[in-house]
Design a protein around this ligand. Sequence first.
Ligand code: CA
Length: 668
Amino acid sequence: MKLRKLALCTSAAGLLLWAWVAPGQQPRRVDDTALKNAGKTGEEWLSYGLTPGETRYSPLNQINATNASRLGLNWLYEIGPGGGNQEGTLLMSNGTLFGITNWSVVYAVDARTGKEKWRWDPEVNQATVRPKMCCGIVNRGIAMYEGNIIAPSNDGRLFALNMETGKPVWETRVAYSQDSYTLTMAPRIAKGKVIIGVAGAEFPVRGYFEAHDAKTGAFAWRTYTVPGDPSKPPENEDMRRAAATWSTEGMKMGGGGTVWDGMAYDPEADLFYVGTGNAGPWTQDARQQGKDKENLYAASILAVKPDTGKLAWYFQMVPGDEWDFDSVQQLLLADVVIKGQPRKVIMQANKNGFYYVIDRVTGKFISGQPFAQVTWARGLNEETGKPIINEESYYHTQSIPIAPGPGGAHNWSPMSFNPATGLVYLPASPGGSFNYSSDPNFKYQEGRQNMGIAFGGFGGGGRAAAGDAAALAGTAPAAPSKPLPAPPAIGPTPPEGNGRGGVLLAWDVVNQKERWRAQGGGGIGGGTVTTAGNLVLQVIPDGRLVAYTADKGDKVLEIQTGLRGGMGPPITYMLDGKQYVALAGGSGALPAFGPPPGAAGAGGRGPGPGPGPGAPPAAGAPAGPAPAAAGGAGFPPPTTQVTPKLLVFVLDGKAQLPAAAAAAPPAQ
Ligand code: CA
């Protein structure tokens, strides 16, 4: 709109500005049509998942299975100091790359030269916000719309920045970190609205997502995912139905159901999809309920109308969740033929180990199979998709090993879907488990993490998770007892090496079967993109960029970028006739874990959406020193990892990678 006005302007100043904005060609406008069609050419990367259906499939094929081995660095850009992982997906438009750092600093870089155009720092109060971030100081991305970059800051604000100058256009607030909410997910655009949800369900919070006018920032609507204060009437019929599935105590403690990753949009169906997190506190014992309570709409996919946020349908993956099975993982829309019928589906590789295929228009379950070792359930009901939960998985004070654990068989690491192969390329952690038991001494604490589980001793999280959680709690929870035997397992056999290795799975979504797998990666960190060049590009959390043939899984590229951790997913795009691959990574100086002595909140990383057991420790949360022992007595000093960088690769690129010798060893 602004450009059109400039073009029509007859003043000399207007013409000069026009010449400055667009030397040679008119900048392409990022509007609803552009966002909808972005995946058709793959020239630019305009939104988090490239397409509204978040397929991360690029039709580009200049870089392909026969020449990918020639990829080399074109240039790099120093992002800033870091202090967390670079989980953000980069965006590219009109020859500029845009990104966001773990502390919400937004940057724009000339994609031809690597020269910084602008950067903008919302100056988050790190000392007060850090204790409210359960699982790492991260931002997963930004959105782009009508000349603006739309960026969340971890402390709950949402900004629009002029794409050319980086100057704020509008500012609004989604949540307050003082209320234990944070923003870690990438905002999405649908019908002129920017939609974003809140993180924080290890704290006593009530999850929600909300929409603002993308041009002005004006508030449009908010949709809660779980019922609110039981002393007040439910806001609407959906909340009334939800409240009937909760105990009063559970509602008083917030309920959880936060929204911190997966969203997708189907313009034809006029539906916007949202994944919701775990019920809070984690345990049914703490919520003072039995297994008959489903706890709607935690651990679910919600389909809402983008104009109003009103619920159209819901599908709950984990009724009565008490395993931290957030169901916020990537929501991927595809059109596939199942049993001879064309189906419009929404898919999710859930934390809980099942790959779900659901009719995205009606919400009706189509199929679901385990892609990882699963012991919490024996399978899914073929008609309804409801889990057939093993009775012993409902734990109490005696601990029991359950697979997957809180880190999930898949977490936020982006997967991608290639329509030519019919395969989803899924970074998974298929062998994780955790010894769950409820804390007999649990007492609700305002403003603190309230998970209700016991840690330490026989706790299955290993030293890191157990120690973190103990440090996080205001008073050390009880140590669990000797664990009960594990329930029977279904799903693929865990990989070698204590089940902790991550893999890349090529998953046939129609037949619900693994077609091939490759070692490396996992449910947290890095991610994949797939292309028409019969290629899967994968960033592995230890710093590697690798590529496989999409059909067979033959490795055709492996580069150690030198970043050695804190890795975000790759993107690809075309510029001046050449295809590029870009990624960001590196953690920088990591803060010490644990709250400062005497702090009311909690700090460092807990077992929520962070790495959790079974996921490589380097992947989802800062890889640092061993955290404080139970009680949180010690706070080790920060450690220095590789300074965060944006790397851009091209065929026959000859620039020098960050020196591996100067890099810290991969965290383990
Ligand atoms: Ca969680």
